[in-house]
Design a binder for this molecule. Structure first.
Ligand SMILES: *Cc1c(COP(=O)(O)O)cnc(C)c1O
Length: 219
């Protein structure tokens, strides 16, 4: 069987990323708007953890594949509307973008209604306090975390952030790690194509990498 260039490029990129982050950090393959053949190439190389940004795109891609991929782990890394909560809890193993009480309530209701195994949740923290970005402000984190721990026990496992594009990421990563430690949360999702190695050094347990793994996305 011959391997085409793209398959080889993805394999090399994946090997390089894995060696840079070390074996205590999980590589989440951010597969949004990537063509199917690249996803297949990553699956063939043993990648089984994927991050998706949109519920519908993820359903179309993963619902047909899921029954054939027993180890598959799907993580929602994009913003979630409450009207998509039922679909989201049925598809995703982890929802990384919990950021408001209304969404927490919608997720709990969706889990009760669908009877699906409950996903783990990460709280997204808007460390840069950017108005257009999802995530709780640092000051609002304790209240949302307390509510989630009371109403959804044992399922809030960590924090996630997307630092402002125009700022050095290190202070944001350090802040997120500090917050996770302060609240006894073991999972820290941070770092993307440009800064995953830095994030890994600063305490990420999960890095979310798209273009550095797969190549440039479809627009
Ligand atoms: C797209 C995306 C990523 C991956 O971005 P790249 O720069 O392509 O690695 C990571 N996290 C989130 C939340 C994203 O939306």
């Amino acid at each position: 069987m011959s391997l085409d260039t793209q398959t080889l490029e993805i394999r090399e990129a994946r090997d390089r990323i894995l060696s840079e982050i070390g074996d205590r950090v999980q590589l989440v393959a951010a597969s949004k708007r990537q063509p199917d053949d690249r996803i297949e190439a990553a699956l063939k190389d043993g990648q089984i953890v994927f991050g998706e940004n949109r519920v519908q795109e993820a359903q179309a891609r993963w619902e047909p594949r899921k029954p054939h991929l027993p180890g598959l782990e799907l993580r929602l890394i994009g913003p979630l509307q409450t009207n998509k909560a039922e679909d989201a809890v049925q598809l995703f193993d982890v929802i990384e973008t919990l950021d408001r009480s209304k969404l927490l309530k919608a997720l709990i209701k969706a889990i009760e209604k669908t009877g699906t195994p409950p996903p783990d949740l990460l709280i997204q923290v808007n460390t840069g306090e950017e108005p257009q970005k999802g995530g709780v402000l640092v000051a609002e984190l304790p209240a949302l975390l307390n509510e989630a721990r009371e109403t959804y026990p044992g399922r809030v496992t960590g924090l996630m952030c997307i630092p402002p594009a125009a700022e050095p990421a290190a202070p944001h990563f350090a802040l997120l790690k500090r917050l996770a430690d302060a609240h006894d949360l073991p999972v820290v999702s941070m770092g993307m194509s440009g800064d995953y190695a830095l994030a890994a050094r600063l305490g990420a347990t999960h890095v979310r990498v798209g273009t550095a793994l797969f190549g440039v996305r479809d627009s």
